[in-house]
Design a protein around this ligand. Structure first.
Ligand code: FES
Ligand code: FES
Length: 143
């Protein structure tokens, strides 16, 4: 399958069948972030215990790329240590800059590299990951 087709299919799949969309009823590391270029926003919540992301949820109002990227990201970081999650965020940046081509077992995330053809939308794909970085940062500060 062409990357273009895969890219569209993956985005629509996560947009229509979002994974981890919602909010936690109790305490969680919460980050609210918006994309200044369009005003779309995301709220990311992380349940962290002993340095491990036990669970993650997101909510917000954004385009299909931003919301599907949040769906993929929350799936990928569950069960990961904060360091591993940060490492994934770094690699996602490389993917968005066209430096990294592969994303191991995360085929959906890899397909998001199709966004490279539409540079204006890279900020959409990156929004959730920036929220993740901020969440990791805030968790570290609270230790
Ligand atoms: Fe926000 Fe397109 S500018 S959805
Ligand atoms: Fe606003 Fe994509 S157009 S996040």
């Amino acid at each position: 399958m062409q990357l273009d087709d895969l890219y569209r299919r993956v985005i629509m799949d996560h947009y229509k069948n979002p994974r981890n969309r919602g909010t936690f009823a109790d305490d969680a590391v919460t980050v609210n972030l918006n994309n200044p270029t369009c005003g779309d926003r995301i709220s990311l919540q992380l349940k962290v215990k002993d340095g491990i992301v036990e669970d993650a949820k997101y909510s917000g109002d954004g385009c299909s790329i931003s919301m599907s990227s949040a769906s993929m990201m929350t799936e990928a970081i569950k069960g990961k240590s904060m360091e591993e999650a940060l490492n994934l965020a770094e690699r996602f940046s490389s993917l968005m800059q066209g430096e990294e081509q592969e994303f191991d077992e995360y085929e959906d995330i890899e397909a998001l590299s199709g966004v490279n053809k539409f540079p204006a939308r890279i900020k959409c794909a990156t929004l959730a990951w920036n929220a993740l970085r901020k969440g990791i940062d805030e968790d570290h500060k609270s230790q």
